[in-house]
Design a protein around this ligand. Sequence first.
Ligand code: NAG
Ligand code: NAG
Ligand code: NAG
Ligand code: NAG
Ligand code: NAG
Length: 950
Amino acid sequence: MPSMLLHVLCLLLLVSPSLSQDDAPLGVPQQIQLEKDFSAQRLSVRWHCDHGSVFDIEIYRTEFMDIVFNETVELGAGRKAGACYWNWSSAVPLECTSHSVRIRSRDRLRVSDWSGLQTTEGNDMPDNTEAQMYPQDRVVLAGSNTTFCCILGEGQVLQEIRYKTAVLQEARVSRRSYVVTQTLQPPSNYSGTNVFCVAENISTLGNGAVIFVGYPPGDEDLTCETQDLVSAVCQWREGRSTHLAGRRGTRYTLNGRNCKISAGARLCSWKQWEGNWTLIAKNPLGIKELSDSAPLSHRVYPVAPRSVKVLVRSARNATLQWSWLYPGYETFPLTCQVNVASNGVAVTHNYSGAGLSLVSLENLWPYETYRVRVRCGAQNSFWKWGDWSKEISFQTKMDRPETPDMWIWMGSDNSGLVLWKPLSQRERHGELVGYEVGQGSASGGGTQSVGVPAGQHSTALSLQDNSSQPFVTLLARNAEWASDSSRLMVPKYWADVDVTGSEISSREGGFDVSWLASANASHGYVVEWFDTSCGQYCSVDWLKVPEGTTSARIESSDLLAGVRYTISVYGLSDDPPQLLDRRHGYLEEMVPAEPVPSLEASQYESSVSLYWQEAPLRSQRGFVRGYNIYLANVSKYTLLANITDPSVRNYTIKKLGLGTYKFTVRAYTSAGEDGGSTVSIKLEPYSDLLLFEMLVSLAAMSGFLILVTALCYRKRQWVKKAFYPEIPEPKLPGQWSTSQATLDVKPSPHSVVHIVENPQWDSSKEGLVPVSEEDEDVDDSASESADTDSDEPGLLRYYNQVVGDGGQALRLPADSSSSSVGSADTDVTYTGIQTSPCTLEAPAPLETQAAGGYRPQVHATQHPQQQQQPEQQEQRADDQPEAADPSPASFGGYKPQCTWRPHSPDGNCSVGSPTSVNSSQFLIPDVSSEDSRNAGSSTSWIPSFLSGKP
Ligand SMILES: *[C@@H]1O[C@H](CO)[C@@H](O)[C@H](O)[C@H]1NC(C)=O
Ligand SMILES: *[C@@H]1O[C@H](CO)[C@@H](O)[C@H](O)[C@H]1NC(C)=O
Ligand SMILES: *[C@@H]1O[C@H](CO)[C@@H](O)[C@H](O)[C@H]1NC(C)=O
Ligand SMILES: *[C@@H]1O[C@H](CO)[C@@H](O)[C@H](O)[C@H]1NC(C)=O
Ligand SMILES: *[C@@H]1O[C@H](CO)[C@@H](O)[C@H](O)[C@H]1NC(C)=O
């Protein structure tokens, strides 16, 4: 064998000179050396090479001879003086298993033989029986892929490999070694992410590895500033978290000097200010560099002022002083803010100056507790406000209290109330002790004062008389001071005088009052208001208005809706206050609180009148603008009327039918109407109308008859001549009897109409015509009288017509007519109309007797068949003159002849007697010659009647 090797060597030595360069066989790479960098997972290959720079390299996992790298590489710089270098990065940690490498040279088409396999051992060699896992404690960038391997202990069987909790799919690379790859790893927490290799039948968790997944430093915003005007403090923000801590956390250097930073704050200080600052942040995954540049004066962040105290303290001013911790501040231009707070209100005042440490606080309230604190900043090149100093508190001193606002409310009887507004805490300027109320007189005399405790805000005022120009003074006292004195002349008593009487309307929860300027109001005005309905001493409020102002707004939480306020304006001067204006108003009108009281209804015929009262003022709750009258049905209200005059408090509803009605009256204000008062009334049938009609007709009739009477009275001479010519009255008793025989008085029991029939007349003319005055002498000439008939007054004509209508009645039986003719001789026959007072009920209106001085003698008409007792009538007629004579006397000069009938059931004549019921018309006896004959007998009383004497 050695001989053969020698032979080949000699052959090569012999051949080589003869062969050209190209023809020379390629050298096989020699002396291959392997070096491992575990943390970088890099395998460094080094071998001996003559020339040529292209090599085929194969890398195997030794145990299973899996090829993991098979490539042709061309070395560039990786060769030096016969030595070639090449690095291979392994995805799998090199500890995981053994790797073997072989190399051959390549030159265009030719390749050398392969070198021998050079092997580097992994940690899974049989002599290392422990279970292991790789890589250990690796720090990787978030999102990268990492391959882990698990080397089982000798004799163990793999169960699973977990990344955190996820089980990964493993691959076997050697007898005991398995690999897994976790891709796109998320950032881990500061303690890293655990990877476990779990072997079967092993109770413990087995072996594992921790991997730290994070980011390079993300710090930003480096700023450096100074507080002591010498040193520097630089601060920055962390930015994105690296997810790494401890050994793997970020390290900082500032201007090359290490920065020790505490957990939270990212600041680094240096004892001297340097104009330029560079911060380098570094962690296993990367480096970040930050820089800042500024002169010191531009970066002054002042410290908080120390030992703040109040030096001088008065009622309204105070001096505040503080000191600085560092001497550099004593000349440094500063601007400072002083925050002054009291009663929950804070005000900030600004001051500035070099080394500022003393400021004066002004316009403070007396006797007030203040809290103050101070902070400062650079006056030039302001960087930022320093920290606030500690807060201190102090109290200002007492001062003279404000002059109390006083008003006098006068009553009617020289008594009144002195009222004043309580001094607020701010107005007291100290602990309020009380008030002093004085009373004096402008006309002389001393002032008497009384003390009033602090809690009281009014006191009674009593004056002996109002003539001495009394005035009242008021001052307030606190523990140290007394206020100026408020002085007011006592006003005269102004009852509820309505100066303008106008209403005032509210606006947005208040009243805008304005008035005409008064030349006398040299001290301004007082606007006073109170609840109108609350009586005399109710709560009065007022407002003082300076001179020259003629308007004010009343706005108070005490003002209530639905309450009427009396608002008065007084002018103030050295004289007692003068009432200038007074008005009434509601803050908000509401509907009346109660319905109208005392609603009553009364019926008058077909009308109903409603009456009601005004509701009390307090209940009105608004200006009552009127009343609505409703007819209240079961289901609805019907508006009958809208009375827009509130002073009207009655209403009449006319032409109502019978029945029951309900009426509702509601007062209304601008807000609406009240609930309504309801009254119910039942309309009764009313007889008044009938009565009224009767009265009217009676009156008309009476008037008519009066007219007739008047006419007759005017013509009484004529009537007398026509009906009662002067006939000598027989004086002899014998004559009495004869005349008596001719006297034809026929009072019928059932009719008092005396029908005198003249047969001639009857045929020629159907009516009786009274004898005219011209005819008085020619009694017998009936034809002439008939001619003059038309000239007679209408009344008589009317009688004719009526009689004419009843022509039938004139055509009486002959026997009756003859007896009538016979009776024409008596005094009855001359009567134009014979009507009995008993016939009032007869339908014809003309039967009504005219009252007064004249009443025609009328006999009730009688049915023809009833006029059958002429004899009886005649017999009674004998006594009639005597009987008739006293009657007119008792009747005031006249008494209608009432025919009485002995056989009548009444035995007397009575109004409404049935005797005249059947009579339908008057029958006027004809004026015949017989009448004229008989007329003489009647003269015994007729003239006396006409002359007014019995
Ligand atoms: C290496 O690669 C070459 C060319 O790609 C191939 O011919 C050869 O068979 C490979 N070797 C192995 C061991 O797979
Ligand atoms: C990680 O693995 C994923 C999926 O296999 C791949 O797409 C990605 O490129 C890998 N990232 C790196 C940095 O190798
Ligand atoms: C800071 O750096 C600037 C240039 O970057 C240089 O001009 C300046 O002098 C430096 N200041 C100090 C105090 O070093
Ligand atoms: C308060 O300050 C004002 C203004 O400086 C000054 O007029 C007044 O006299 C001071 N009052 C007191 C009590 O110091
Ligand atoms: C009554 O008249 C007043 C004033 O005209 C009006 O405001 C009110 O609405 C009327 N009431 C009704 C019920 O119509």
